[in-house]
Design a protein. Structure first.
Length: 104
C-alpha cells in the first residue's frame, strides 16, 4: 500500500483547506448548487438566489480564482458553469446529504 509522506500530506491538506474555504460561504454554496445543475448567467443566478448582482460578481470572481467555476461568452452574456470535478462531486454529495427528500 502506498503511503503519503508528510510533505505531500501537508501540500494536500493545504489544497483541501483552500477548496473548503472557497465553498464555505452560504452565498457561494447556493451558486455552486445551481451551477451543478446547469450553466447560468448572472441574471438567472440573481433571480434564483436573491443575491445582489455586485455580491454575485464578487463570489463568482472568487470561485473562478479558485478554479471551481468557469465562464464563457455567448453573444452579449457570460454563462457560468462548474469547472472543477472536485466541486461537482462535493456539491453533489452535499446535495444528497442535505437537500434530498428525507425518507423515514
Amino acid at each position: 500500500m502506498k503511503t503519503v509522506d508528510s510533505i505531500e500530506l501537508a501540500d494536500i491538506a493545504l489544497d483541501v483547506s483552500k477548496f473548503l474555504k472557497a465553498i464555505a460561504n452560504p452565498d457561494r454554496l447556493q451558486i455552486l448548487c445551481l451551477l451543478v445543475q446547469q450553466e447560468m448567467n448572472v441574471t438567472a443566478l440573481e433571480h434564483a438566489t436573491g443575491i445582489s448582482q455586485p455580491r454575485l460578481s464578487q463570489h463568482l470572481a472568487r470561485l473562478r480564482k479558485e478554479g471551481l467555476v468557469k465562464d464563457r461568452r455567448q453573444a452579449k452574456e457570460k454563462l457560468y458553469s462548474l469547472s472543477s470535478v472536485e466541486a461537482q462531486e462535493v456539491i453533489t454529495l452535499l446535495h444528497g446529504l442535505f437537500c434530498a427528500p428525507k425518507t423515514s
